[in-house]
Design a protein around this ligand. Structure first.
Ligand code: FMN
Length: 324
């Protein structure tokens, strides 16, 4: 949790203490990972995105995705859909779980999402963005925010229009990933565009894309003037970035303690079997700076009991030293 005394910025009436935020990430920004990030300094908790259609149809998985702990406030539930009425229905329903903020995903490039006009597909229908924000802000009593990309492709860079539409229709904050849908995760994030958005709207703007080090945090802030910084990929296996500590400064003991805590949270949240399986993707990233052979990696990744996993981890990884 941030120790800052003054809010870094406000989302509507909600003060945000701290300028670093763990980005919403499908398959990663679950309760265990958010908790660790928050403990180290991430200022708010964005859930993994949730399909409004599934909320309305009461799919079981949505409940787990929207589970949070009391000390995670401010909590942001992120929804995606292409249908304004259905996203409203879903928002009203999840409002009962008392999030602080509801966020609309306008960035997901996955075909299954964007080709039906949801996620980054919404960038192609600005009139729907307007309708979604005007409906949600009229019907809900908590701030509604958006997370966007720069446009569908290089020929339709409409981020400034979309930003204005969101603000004009009551949006309380905007996170901008400086890439188009077509770029997916390729190329480099365009921080100039984020700076333009910051100059265009007066609601808080969160800069996002390619922040990998503590130096990058200051660089994107200086470059864009953004109010906060979202970090996604570089936080996996490296939650210390929220404490403004670079990975090479983290000791082997810190790595071990973090992995242990993370694994325990995963086992609690998902149960012993799934918890360990889901932890493997985090393990890969935590141990990436260590040098060890394929056979050892294979052995570690196939342990079926948490105690065997930890024993092996100590044996083959943390007896060595990080090589970064
Ligand atoms: C595995 C993965 C899952 C993601 N899931 C979401 C999501 O659910 N909602 C969202 O708004 N963005 C999602 N994103 C995009 C990130 O939040 C972020 O905008 C993007 O990765 C750029 O930031 P980075 O350069 O720090 O990784 C996801 C990204 C990754 C890599």
């Amino acid at each position: 949790m941030s120790t800052a005394q003054q809010p870094a910025f406000w989302v509507g009436h909600t003060p945000i203490f701290g300028d670093l935020i763990l980005s919403p990430m499908d398959g990663y920004s679950d309760l265990p990972f958010r908790s660790l990030a928050r403990q180290l300094g991430s200022a708010m908790s964005y859930t993994e995105f949730v399909n409004a259609m599934d909320v309305v149809q009461r799919f079981h998985y949505t409940e787990r995705r929207l589970t949070y702990t009391e000390d995670e406030h401010p909590v942001v539930f992120q929804l995606f859909d292409d249908d304004p009425q259905r996203i409203l229905q879903a928002a009203l329903k999840v409002r009962k779980l008392e999030p602080d903020i509801i966020d609309v995903n306008m960035g997901c490039p996955a075909k299954s999402v964007s080709n039906r006009g949801a996620g980054s597909g919404l960038l192609r229908t600005p009139e729907k963005v307007a309708e979604i924000f005007s409906l949600l802000t009229a019907e809900l009593d908590i701030p509604i925010t958006g997370k966007i990309r720069l446009g569908w492709d290089e020929d339709s860079l409409n981020y400034l229009d979309i930003a204005r539409i969101i603000e004009d229709n009551g949006g309380a904050m905007l996170a901008v990933h400086g890439r188009t849908k077509q770029q997916a995760y390729k190329g480099t994030a365009n921080w100039d565009a984020i700076a333009e958005v910051k100059q265009t709207v007066s609601i808080p703007v969160i800069g996002n894309g390619d922040v990998r080090t503590v130096t990058d945090i200051q660089r994107i802030k200086d470059h864009t003037g953004c109010d906060g910084v979202m970090i996604a990929r570089a936080a996996i296996g490296n939650p210390w970035i929220f404490a403004r500590q670079d990975r090479h400064e983290v000791t082997d003991e810190q790595v071990r303690a973090m992995m242990l805590q993370h694994l325990e949270l995963m086992l609690d949240f998902y149960g012993p079997e799934k918890g360990l399986i889901f932890f493997r993707k985090h393990t890969t990233r935590y141990i990436s700076p260590y040098r060890f052979n394929k056979e050892q990696r294979q052995k570690l990744m196939t342990r079926e009991k948490p105690e065997e996993f930890l024993e092996l981890l100590d044996e083959i990884v943390l007896t060595q030293h990080a090589v970064i």
